[in-house]
Write a protein that binds this ligand. Sequence first.
Ligand SMILES: NC(=O)c1ccc[n+]([C@@H]2O[C@H](COP(=O)([O-])OP(=O)(O)OC[C@H]3O[C@@H](n4cnc5c(N)ncnc54)[C@H](OP(=O)(O)O)[C@@H]3O)[C@@H](O)[C@H]2O)c1
Length: 300
Amino acid sequence: MQKVLVAGATGYLGKFVVQEFKRQGYWVRALVRERSLHKLEEIGPFLEPAVKDQIDGVFVGEVTKPETLHGLCDGIDVVFSSIGITRQRDGVGFMDVDYQGNKNILDLAVDASVKKFIFVSVIKAPVIEDLVRPRELFVEELENSGLDHTIIRPTGFFSDMSEVLKMANSGRVYLIGEGKNRINLIHGADLAKVCVDAVGSQQYEIPVGGPVIYTHTEIGELAFSVLGKAPKITRIPAGLVNVVVKMVRPFSEHYYTLAAFFATAMQVDLVAPQGGTHTLKAFYEELSRELLEEGSQTTV
Ligand SMILES: NC(=O)c1ccc[n+]([C@@H]2O[C@H](COP(=O)([O-])OP(=O)(O)OC[C@H]3O[C@@H](n4cnc5c(N)ncnc54)[C@H](OP(=O)(O)O)[C@@H]3O)[C@@H](O)[C@H]2O)c1
């Protein structure tokens, strides 16, 4: 039986990846921070599964502290990592986590002679690449490591589009620019299958998106239609947003990077080869039931 290390096992994608590796018959070790152990037992905020019962071994450690990682890759055949900062506020930067944290895992993977390393970065698009520089620097390290590897390059995840549903639920969706740019977002379960299937793939890079291509306006309209509300969409001029985002930079590189990423993602087409079967409509329907339940609980 092949043994895999899943780094990022408490995240949106990582939980689906644990589930998919298990479904395909792998022995699974999960790297988890002490403070995040509880997430393994819980269904996540974007309906990602509880995975505690599917993990064969938990390794408690911090990717940013190499002294806590001794033995992490021992006996492991395949390493998967989706580790990176998305919503975390831990006082560490993208270079510390997306680059150095993954590099710390890679060094151990090389020492342990693992057979394959699978890494999740983002779709290749001109402006986007600059904004995920630390992740792409890690990609270069992986390419130079001599390890067999595959880099997965997804468009965007369904999890990120939950914000649009929340805005629609509050009555108005705000878009940056005209809302005409297109994206084919992908569900965590569909992307997880691509990641796990990559173990047997000869491809060094796999660009992938979901089955349906939407404009951002269509995504806003979909959110209202799932909630049974009339669409109210406000478009904020992209030039104005870009100026405001740049003004954030002197105060916080961290918030600048996050804001610039999301603002830019709405101003370019992010379309990759279509894969998977899960639709954003079905995801919104499931999530809206949760939102309505939450709402009814708070009004009781
Ligand atoms: N979201 C998107 O639309 C999207 C699109 C394309 C590519 N991607 C890439 O895919 C990656 C995974 O996305 P996701 O949605 O699964 O992210 P996520 O839910 O935030 O999961 C990120 C994982 O990284 C870990 N992590 C973050 N900061 C850490 C730190 N300081 N020390 C140790 N571990 C840390 C998290 O651990 P904890 O649970 O302990 O915080 C979690 O396991 C992203 O980093 C991004 O580069 C995302």
